[in-house]
Design a protein around this ligand. Structure first.
Ligand code: G6Q
Length: 547
């Protein structure tokens, strides 16, 4: 494979970009009344409108040519069929298998995995049913009412987001809580008001070596035992989600109460595995299954649809167009759906931990930008906070707006206004407002022309700013599964184009290595050790404050 910038389509796109610099979407909509139909795609209840982008049909042709020259189609097949595409860790990447039907068989590294997946799901389901039906009880015989998921990163963000987004589907009998932060404030605040006799802890950790999770797990165990005074209570109040049986046993959890998954499930892609136990407990098995089915529908589409008609491919290639040709650094995500308030933190991990890389599969530093900075917040809150910069700032910011056509909890006409605001923002970004119009408005309001002329530039909206809109019927488990898988595959597409490994995360290691000696140095009886001047200064200051 040639380096990205040596692919013929890259050169074509560079020339095309030069021709497109003055492109104005407003003209394109005027010249082509069918632009919306041409530049939108549907899958199930999801509509992707990408017509409000700085693109022509030629742009798409060139982008898809780049995708083909990057071997996207064969890479996609390599992922689905279990090749070791995580090439720095020599692992398959098979979160898609977790949500696929049990047939046909799929062999990974000589092992047929479909049956293992079915067995793991059956184990989870058995537990969920037992807990909901009250046959799994706490040590003192009381039914479990509160479940605390202790995990961090990929073992927290996905399940926490899904449980929050689909809260309206939650069963009545148990309430889910999520604790991730090492800061004792997180666990303490969660445990306040919980009754040890009716609380179950899920220790969610693929490796079962993560500092934060083990620290919180030990504190939770101490909290439980200080109330129940019997080590045997642990077996009724702690279960583990992990790949590391030995460490689970060492912590004191019976491996019979451990729900397994495998090294081919990446942390940030793991909500579909045993890591989703909290989701199934919160929503019930049927809804968890619907989430998996929605993701599988998106997988099928991604695997089989032609590139031009493929939602994740189109979203991914649009991101390439902006990041690599227009030089954008960030990508805004604006769900006009309060239930998706945790989507942005989830996508920040999914996208930035996957594609925040600078070395290609040729083991060389890349000479182009890779993953963008993902940011955003739910609408309409963002409109009253940072949208100024999106409309009038100096930077070009590609954006995704997500909104449901139907809200299951309508209050008066609030959902109509929410929808109207979502559409109004993308329209405003597109249309803008010219100086002449602003000036005329000010004069019509009675402002002297001279003053109007001075004020007008401040009130101009340049417009011609891009957005994608993802419109769905309503946020049910199936739709959410589709949306999450859509973004997973978009990230995959971009990783292939950038020739990086989207499935490792070495960038989180250095801080982990440096923390233990600093932890040591905070002890006033120990030498401060070898650190830079700033770190030494901070250590000294902390020691002094605590002396
Ligand atoms: C995700 C990352 C990371 C991981 C956490 C928790 O892709 O690998 O966020 O999920 O560090 O790891 P454990 O599940 O092993 O505790």
């Amino acid at each position: 494979m040639k380096a990205l910038k040596q692919l013929p389509a890259w050169n074509v796109l560079e020339q095309h970009y030069r021709a497109m610099r003055r492109f104005d979407m407003r003209d394109a909509f005027r010249d082509d009344p069918r632009r919306f139909e041409r530049l939108s795609l549907r899958l199930g209840s999801v509509l992707l409108d990408y017509s409000k982008n700085r693109i022509t049909p030629d742009t798409l042709t060139h982008l898809m040519q780049l995708a083909r020259e990057s071997a996207l189609e064969s890479q996609r097949e390599a992922m689905f069929s279990g090749a070791h595409i995580n090439f720095t860790e020599q692992r398959a990447v098979l979160h898609t298998a977790l949500r696929a039907p049990a047939h046909p068989p799929l062999t990974v590294d000589g092992v047929e995995i479909r049956q293992d997946i079915a067995d793991a799901l059956a184990h989870m389901r058995q537990f969920v049913d037992a807990l909901h039906q009250g046959t799994w009880r706490g040590h003192t015989g009381k039914p479990i009412r509160h479940v605390v998921n202790i995990g961090i990163g990929g073992s927290d963000l996905g399940p926490a987001m899904v449980c929050d987004a689909l809260a309206q589907y939650a069963v009545d009998s148990v309430r889910l809580h999520f604790v991730s932060n090492l800061d004792p404030a997180h666990l303490s605040a969660t445990l306040a008001g919980l009754d040890p006799e009716t609380t179950l802890f899920i220790i969610a950790s693929k490796t079962f070596t993560t500092l934060e999770t083990l620290a919180n797990a030990h504190s939770a165990k101490a909290w439980l035992l200080s109330a129940l005074h019997d080590p045997a209570a642990v077996s009724r109040h702690f279960v583990a989600l992990s790949t590391n049986t030995q460490a689970v046993r060492a912590f004191g959890i019976d491996p019979a109460n451990m729900f397994i998954f495998w090294d081919w499930v990446g942390g940030r892609y793991s909500l579909w595995s045993a890591i989703g136990l909290s989701i199934a407990l919160a929503l019930g098995w049927t809804h968890f299954q619907a989430l998996l089915d929605g993701a599988h529908a998106m997988d099928q589409h991604f695997r089989n649809a032609p590139l031009e008609a493929n939602l994740p491919v189109v979203l991914g290639m649009l991101g390439i167009w902006y990041a690599n040709f227009w030089g954008t650094d960030t990508h805004g995500i604006f769900p006009y759906d309060q239930r998706l308030r945790l989507l942005v933190p989830f996508l920040q991990q999914l996208d930035m931990e996957s594609n925040g890389k600078n070395v290609s599969h040729a083991n060389r530093r890349v000479n182009y930008n890779t993953g963008p900075i993902i940011w955003g917040a739910p609408g309409t809150n963002g409109q009253h906070a940072f949208f100024e910069l999106v409309h009038q700032g100096t930077r070009l910011i590609p954006t995704d707006f997500l909104v449901a056509a139907i809200n299951p909890t309508p209050l008066a006409d609030q959902h109509e206004w929410l929808l109207a605001n979502c559409l109004a923002q993308t329209e405003a970004l597109l249309k803008g407002k010219s100086r002449a119009v602003v000036e005329a408005e000010l004069v019509a309001q009675g402002m002297p022309r001279r003053d109007a002329r001075a004020l007008a530039p401040h009130k101009v909206f340049p417009g011609n700013r891009p957005s994608n809109t993802l419109l769905y019927q309503t946020l049910d488990p199936h739709t959410l599964g589709m949306l999450i898988a859509l973004y997973e595959h978009k990230v995959f597409v971009q990783g292939v184009i950038w020739q990086i490994n989207s499935f490792d995360q070495w960038g989180v290691e250095l801080g982990k290595q440096l923390a233990p000696p600093i932890r040591h140095a905070l002890d006033p009886d120990q030498p401060a050790g070898e650190h830079d001047g700033s770190t030494l200064g901070l250590i000294a200051d902390i020691r002094q404050r605590r002396a």
